[in-house]
Write a protein that binds this ligand. Sequence first.
Ligand SMILES: [Zn+2]
Length: 169
Amino acid sequence: MIRPILRYGDRSLHTRAAEVTTFDADLQQLVDDLIDTMYAAPGIGLAAPQIGVDQRVCVIDISAGRDPKGLICVINPVFVEREGMQLEEEGCLSAPGFNATVVRPARVVVRGLDRHGAEQSVEAAALLARALQHEIDHLDGLLFVDRLRGIKRDQIVRRIQKMKRAGQW
Ligand SMILES: [Zn+2]
Protein backbone atom coordinates (compact mmCIF):
# COMPACT_ATOMS: atom_id res chain seq x y z
CA MET A 1 0.00 0.00 0.00
CA ILE A 2 1.25 3.45 -0.89
CA ARG A 3 1.42 5.65 2.20
CA PRO A 4 1.67 9.44 2.45
CA ILE A 5 5.25 10.68 2.86
CA LEU A 6 5.71 13.12 5.74
CA ARG A 7 7.61 16.34 5.17
CA TYR A 8 10.35 18.24 6.96
CA GLY A 9 8.91 19.68 10.16
CA ASP A 10 6.79 16.64 11.03
CA ARG A 11 7.68 15.34 14.50
CA SER A 12 8.32 11.75 13.50
CA LEU A 13 11.05 12.87 11.07
CA HIS A 14 12.97 14.59 13.85
CA THR A 15 12.85 11.81 16.45
CA ARG A 16 15.15 8.78 16.86
CA ALA A 17 13.23 5.65 15.83
CA ALA A 18 12.93 2.53 18.02
CA GLU A 19 14.72 -0.78 17.43
CA VAL A 20 12.64 -3.51 15.81
CA THR A 21 12.12 -6.42 18.19
CA THR A 22 9.24 -8.34 16.57
CA PHE A 23 9.37 -9.81 13.07
CA ASP A 24 5.64 -10.38 12.67
CA ALA A 25 3.02 -9.83 9.96
CA ASP A 26 2.80 -6.12 10.83
CA LEU A 27 6.51 -5.72 10.11
CA GLN A 28 6.13 -7.52 6.76
CA GLN A 29 3.28 -5.15 5.92
CA LEU A 30 5.43 -2.17 6.88
CA VAL A 31 8.30 -3.34 4.64
CA ASP A 32 5.88 -3.89 1.72
CA ASP A 33 4.36 -0.44 2.24
CA LEU A 34 7.82 1.16 2.30
CA ILE A 35 8.74 -0.60 -0.96
CA ASP A 36 5.46 0.37 -2.68
CA THR A 37 5.72 3.97 -1.48
CA MET A 38 9.40 4.30 -2.50
CA TYR A 39 8.80 3.01 -6.04
CA ALA A 40 5.63 5.09 -6.47
CA ALA A 41 7.30 8.34 -5.38
CA PRO A 42 9.64 7.49 -7.22
CA GLY A 43 12.68 7.41 -4.97
CA ILE A 44 15.78 5.32 -4.32
CA GLY A 45 15.29 5.01 -0.57
CA LEU A 46 12.68 5.37 2.17
CA ALA A 47 12.77 5.01 5.94
CA ALA A 48 9.85 4.09 8.24
CA PRO A 49 9.80 7.50 10.05
CA GLN A 50 9.03 9.10 6.66
CA ILE A 51 5.64 7.36 6.71
CA GLY A 52 5.16 8.05 10.41
CA VAL A 53 6.29 4.67 11.78
CA ASP A 54 8.62 4.69 14.79
CA GLN A 55 10.76 1.68 13.76
CA ARG A 56 14.34 1.29 12.55
CA VAL A 57 13.47 -0.02 9.09
CA CYS A 58 14.55 1.30 5.69
CA VAL A 59 14.46 0.20 2.07
CA ILE A 60 16.85 1.20 -0.70
CA ASP A 61 17.03 0.50 -4.43
CA ILE A 62 19.47 2.74 -6.27
CA SER A 63 18.38 1.12 -9.56
CA ALA A 64 14.83 2.42 -8.88
CA GLY A 65 13.36 -1.00 -9.79
CA ARG A 66 15.43 -1.64 -12.92
CA ASP A 67 17.68 -4.26 -11.30
CA PRO A 68 15.65 -7.13 -9.76
CA LYS A 69 18.48 -7.65 -7.25
CA GLY A 70 18.71 -3.94 -6.42
CA LEU A 71 16.27 -3.92 -3.51
CA ILE A 72 17.75 -3.85 -0.02
CA CYS A 73 15.81 -3.80 3.25
CA VAL A 74 17.82 -3.09 6.38
CA ILE A 75 16.47 -3.30 9.92
CA ASN A 76 18.28 -2.00 13.03
CA PRO A 77 21.33 -1.02 10.92
CA VAL A 78 24.67 -0.03 12.45
CA PHE A 79 27.83 1.16 10.75
CA VAL A 80 30.81 -1.10 11.27
CA GLU A 81 33.07 0.79 8.84
CA ARG A 82 33.06 4.29 7.36
CA GLU A 83 35.91 5.68 5.30
CA GLY A 84 36.87 8.24 2.71
CA MET A 85 34.79 11.20 1.61
CA GLN A 86 32.34 12.02 -1.17
CA LEU A 87 30.67 15.27 -2.02
CA GLU A 88 27.45 14.95 -4.04
CA GLU A 89 24.14 16.65 -4.53
CA GLU A 90 21.40 15.09 -2.42
CA GLY A 91 17.64 15.38 -2.13
CA CYS A 92 14.93 13.78 -0.01
CA LEU A 93 11.31 12.70 -0.55
CA SER A 94 10.52 14.51 2.73
CA ALA A 95 11.90 17.79 1.35
CA PRO A 96 10.64 17.85 -2.24
CA GLY A 97 12.11 20.56 -4.43
CA PHE A 98 15.29 21.00 -2.38
CA ASN A 99 18.79 19.77 -3.16
CA ALA A 100 22.17 20.45 -1.64
CA THR A 101 25.69 19.11 -1.68
CA VAL A 102 26.28 16.89 1.35
CA VAL A 103 29.66 15.57 2.56
CA ARG A 104 29.58 11.89 3.43
CA PRO A 105 32.01 8.96 3.74
CA ALA A 106 32.72 7.30 0.38
CA ARG A 107 32.52 3.70 1.58
CA VAL A 108 30.59 2.04 4.38
CA VAL A 109 29.89 -1.37 5.80
CA VAL A 110 26.53 -1.69 7.53
CA ARG A 111 25.41 -4.58 9.68
CA GLY A 112 21.76 -5.22 10.41
CA LEU A 113 18.88 -7.63 9.96
CA ASP A 114 16.80 -8.45 6.91
CA ARG A 115 12.98 -8.44 6.93
CA HIS A 116 12.90 -11.95 8.41
CA GLY A 117 15.33 -11.16 11.21
CA ALA A 118 18.40 -12.82 9.65
CA GLU A 119 21.72 -11.04 10.07
CA GLN A 120 23.13 -9.34 7.02
CA SER A 121 26.08 -7.16 6.17
CA VAL A 122 26.03 -4.64 3.32
CA GLU A 123 29.23 -3.24 1.87
CA ALA A 124 28.68 -0.14 -0.23
CA ALA A 125 30.48 2.63 -2.08
CA ALA A 126 29.48 5.73 -4.07
CA LEU A 127 25.69 6.20 -4.44
CA LEU A 128 24.71 3.11 -2.45
CA ALA A 129 26.93 4.24 0.45
CA ARG A 130 25.30 7.66 0.27
CA ALA A 131 21.77 6.21 0.16
CA LEU A 132 22.46 3.97 3.17
CA GLN A 133 23.79 6.89 5.19
CA HIS A 134 20.86 9.08 4.18
CA GLU A 135 18.30 6.45 5.25
CA ILE A 136 20.10 5.59 8.49
CA ASP A 137 20.14 9.32 9.27
CA HIS A 138 16.32 9.22 8.99
CA LEU A 139 16.25 6.48 11.65
CA ASP A 140 18.24 8.83 13.89
CA GLY A 141 15.83 11.71 13.26
CA LEU A 142 18.13 13.56 10.86
CA LEU A 143 17.43 14.93 7.40
CA PHE A 144 20.09 15.95 4.88
CA VAL A 145 19.17 19.55 5.65
CA ASP A 146 20.45 18.99 9.20
CA ARG A 147 23.85 17.99 7.76
CA LEU A 148 24.25 21.36 6.02
CA ARG A 149 25.98 24.31 7.55
CA GLY A 150 25.50 28.05 7.49
CA ILE A 151 23.55 29.96 4.87
CA LYS A 152 22.59 26.99 2.69
CA ARG A 153 20.79 25.36 5.62
CA ASP A 154 19.16 28.64 6.74
CA GLN A 155 18.03 29.29 3.17
CA ILE A 156 16.25 25.94 2.86
CA VAL A 157 14.68 26.13 6.34
CA ARG A 158 13.43 29.68 5.68
CA ARG A 159 11.91 28.67 2.34
CA ILE A 160 10.18 25.68 3.93
CA GLN A 161 8.79 27.87 6.75
CA LYS A 162 7.51 30.35 4.19
CA MET A 163 5.80 27.57 2.20
CA LYS A 164 4.29 26.22 5.45
CA ARG A 165 2.82 29.62 6.29
CA ALA A 166 1.37 29.80 2.78
CA GLY A 167 -0.17 26.34 3.21
CA GLN A 168 2.04 24.90 0.47
CA TRP A 169 3.98 22.40 2.60
ZN1 LIG B 1 15.29 11.28 2.85
